[in-house]
Design a protein around this ligand. Structure first.
Ligand code: AMP
Length: 217
């Protein structure tokens, strides 16, 4: 199954991708994760991407497309993949269509995760990542469960950090960029009859169930 998850920052693309990985045994391809790894490793690509990411803008299409081309050429995506955070604009969506047409593996579905804007800002404010296992959690929605949980990597409590671009000013810009550049993809994929929309508010498990339902159609 080849899926794109489409949604604003904080709509749960990463969380639901992780659920899909377990459910369908296909890899999550997150351009945000790939870019953060490049920045952390100080690669030439990371150095180019760093400034745009910190400001909440999109990284240059050519950089992102090069990265996606390489990633989709790896053997583990042969059975399918979940694209999380890509495509982010029409240029990327058209390039993806071309790339997938060349390898004869078109998309099966694009799922739009709908979350109210007020809720998005709240979710992002509470979002933390474990620096050891990479799990993304929310301090606001599940503080007790989180305190009791141990990191599967270390056996110790999670060591949580906040993404540097999850601050208020950058989040406002990321939401603006989403509206202006990514939102038009909803219509693009609707016209290709690939679009399915779900309400992505409520418990994580409830959203996963809705996701599974629309993917079964
Ligand atoms: P994310 O983890 O998906 O929220 O992405 C974090 C940041 O990485 C974004 O705010 C952008 O600066 C950059 N980024 C991630 N994916 C893309 C993409 N497909 N195109 C351009 N920039 C991206």
């Amino acid at each position: 199954m080849r899926i794109v998850l489409l949604g604003a920052p904080g709509s749960g693309k990463g969380t639901q991708s992780q659920w899909l990985v377990g459910r369908f045994h296909i890899p999550q391809v997150s351009t945000g994760d790939l870019l953060r790894a490049a920045v952390a490793n100080g690669t030439a690509l990371g150095l180019k991407a760093k400034e745009a990411m910190a400001a909440g803008r999109l990284v240059d299409d050519q950089i992102v497309l090069g990265m996606i081309r390489e990633r989709l050429a790896e053997p583990d995506v042969g059975q399918g993949f979940i694209l999380d955070g890509f495509p982010r604009n029409l240029t990327q969506a058209r390039a993806l269509d071309q790339l997938l047409a060349q390898i004869g593996q078109p998309l099966d579905a694009v799922v739009q995760l709908n979350v109210d804007y007020g809720e998005l800002s709240q979710r992002i404010a509470g979002r933390r990542t474990c620096s050891d296992c990479g799990r993304v959690v929310n301090l606001l929605t599940a503080p007790q469960a989180l305190a009791a949980e141990r990191c599967p990597r270390t056996g110790q409590p999670h060591r949580l950090f906040q993404r540097p671009d999850d601050n208020q000013a950058t989040v406002a810009e990321r939401l603006r960029v989403y509206e202006a550049q990514t939102q038009p993809l909803v219509e693009y994929y609707r016209q290709q009859s690939l679009l399915r929309s779900i309400d992505a508010e409520g418990e994580v498990a409830e959203v996963s169930a809705r996701l599974e339902q629309v993917l079964a159609r």
